[in-house]
Design a protein around this ligand. Structure first.
Ligand code: FES
Length: 191
């Protein structure tokens, strides 16, 4: 037998029972479900955004990592006799050298890549030579090999005086001494 107190909604609510408690529970479950759905959509939106950003980056031309083939390296007067400029090694793989070769005083752009197996040479100021750290090849300042296993001199790149008076290197044109190409005036600037 139920008493009036048994059906009193306030007393039932205090006891964690009754229609009011059920309604609150349903309401709370609804809020939690809505929040989870909302979080799911946010996560999906984030993934879609990342995918779109990745696609856009893939479609864009890669203009930052590839160094220019042609670049300026200053004026001939910036290069005193015997000078080796190392500033362009890292970005362009080029030594700019003022030296004498075959009776000509000239400024040339030498490749920094060893002609043995392709390691990057180092300029050794004390010994006045390019040295390969891999197997010990050595090259004179004018790029000619003289020790170690390297079979030929460092290649030259095209170099000229541009309209503004600066030296301009063009890495798309290569000149190899062993092929007689160092005679080509396009690979040196006489000083
Ligand atoms: S790669 Fe330079 S000496 Fe072998």
């Amino acid at each position: 037998m139920s008493s009036a107190e048994d059906n009193n909604p306030n007393i039932l609510a205090e006891q964690g029972e009754g229609p009011e408690v059920d309604r609150r529970r349903r309401s709370l479950l609804g809020v939690m479900f809505g929040s989870l759905v909302g979080l799911g959509f946010m996560a999906l939106g984030g993934v879609a955004g990342l995918w779109a950003a990745g696609t856009a980056r893939f479609m864009m031309p890669n203009t930052i990592t590839e160094p220019a083939k042609r670049f300026k390296v200053g004026f001939p007067g910036d290069y005193p006799d015997g000078y080796v400029e190392t500033r362009f090694k890292q970005r362009y793989g080029v030594w700019i050298v003022r030296s004498e070769h075959a009776g000509r005083r000239q400024i040339v752009a030498l490749s920094t890549t060893c002609t043995h197996l392709g390691c990057i040479t180092l300029w050794q100021e004390n010994e006045q030579k390019f040295k390969c750290p891999c197997h010990g090849s050595g090259f004179y300042r004018d790029g000619v090999n003289f020790e170690g296993p390297a079979p030929r001199p460092l290649p030259r790149y095209a170099i000229r005086i541009a309209a503004d008076g600066q030296l301009e290197v063009d890495r798309s044109r290569v000149f190899q001494e062993e092929l007689g190409q160092w005679e080509d005036p396009a690979c040196y600037v006489e000083v």
